[in-house]
Design a protein around this ligand. Sequence first.
Ligand SMILES: *Cc1c(COP(=O)(O)O)cnc(C)c1O
Length: 377
Amino acid sequence: MNSEKIPQCNPLASYARLKLEIDGAISAVLSRGVYILGEEAAKFEEEFAAYHGGGHAVGVANGTDALELSLRALGISPGSHVFTVSHTAVATVAAIEKAGAVPVLVDIDPASFTMCPCSLEAAVASHAHIGGAVIVVHLYGQPAPYLQEIMEIAARHGLRVMEDCSQAHGAEWRGTKVGTFGDVAAFSLYPTKNLGALGDGGICLTNDESLAGKIRGLREYGWKQRYVSDFAGGNSRLDELQAAILRIKLRHLDRENDSRRKLAGIYSTGIQSPFIQKPHENPDGRHVYHQFVVRSQKRDLLREYLANDQIGTLIHYPVPIHQQPAYKGRVAVSPAGMKATEEAALEILSLPMYPEMPESFAERVVAALNAWKECSL
Ligand SMILES: *Cc1c(COP(=O)(O)O)cnc(C)c1O
């Protein structure tokens, strides 16, 4: 077959569409002569907070740092437990350990691929947790439907709540944007995310002014006054070029999320195969489809079949964190087991999804999926 290749994601397409605006902004920053934490970063923080209906935003170097600095700012003391899912980017767990805390991994609800409150409850019951936290991940762009239940469990046990919104910029739960429910939220601004820079970037969002102040200090050596450290911090800053690019991207975020939803609609209506399970969209949420993830019991064969048809796919994520070499046997898991997580890892497949993807590509993917006969392979 010699049909055009369909990439799984395509950050270049987003740049190409906004090239004039972005090139202009880059050139303005270059000429201004301030390259770190200047007016672009300050304005991006203001605009990002305003997009979420208020609060305080603090730009940092990447999403992993946004998680780590948020944990540190919450005062999560070394050795205390932080509960999160095993079905997430490894960054979520890496950040917990970087902050000196101890991760405890819990299972997912298979319908939404997000944290299962029962599994959390079991994990919390079996671990000492004074001064700990829970990190809820809005995976694939879907607001975690049990966030309210999880916040109640956290409140009962004196745990703080963080949201990892790295895949869910602009997603809403009952009309309210994710990132505004917990004590603090962390967002990655990596190029392929729904809101992506052209390099690394991250941002924290909170309604708590003093928490925001603490994160602001932590990202730059604990300075209140330049060159004088009030407390020990490090270096995790958002640069002016990325901030200027992100200000432009933020203005296009809702439109780009609408495009993702439209493509997801083509997939959802079009895919009619008994061998492929489509994602479940909770009617109370506005899913922003960072990924459109299907399931198949013959996932690896399906992936190969699509690749032969010039259709790119990815697996987010192929190995649960508690089974990865760096964490296996060392990191604690919920006593309720990790069945849903382990099953998902074997069956999930992320279809091509990026805002500029032509609808004809989505239709080609649908046709290929519907023509697939798993038993004939
Ligand atoms: C991308 C991502 C991160 C890490 O962000 P970086 O900017 O790459 O450090 C953290 N959590 C989740 C869920 C992510 O998808």
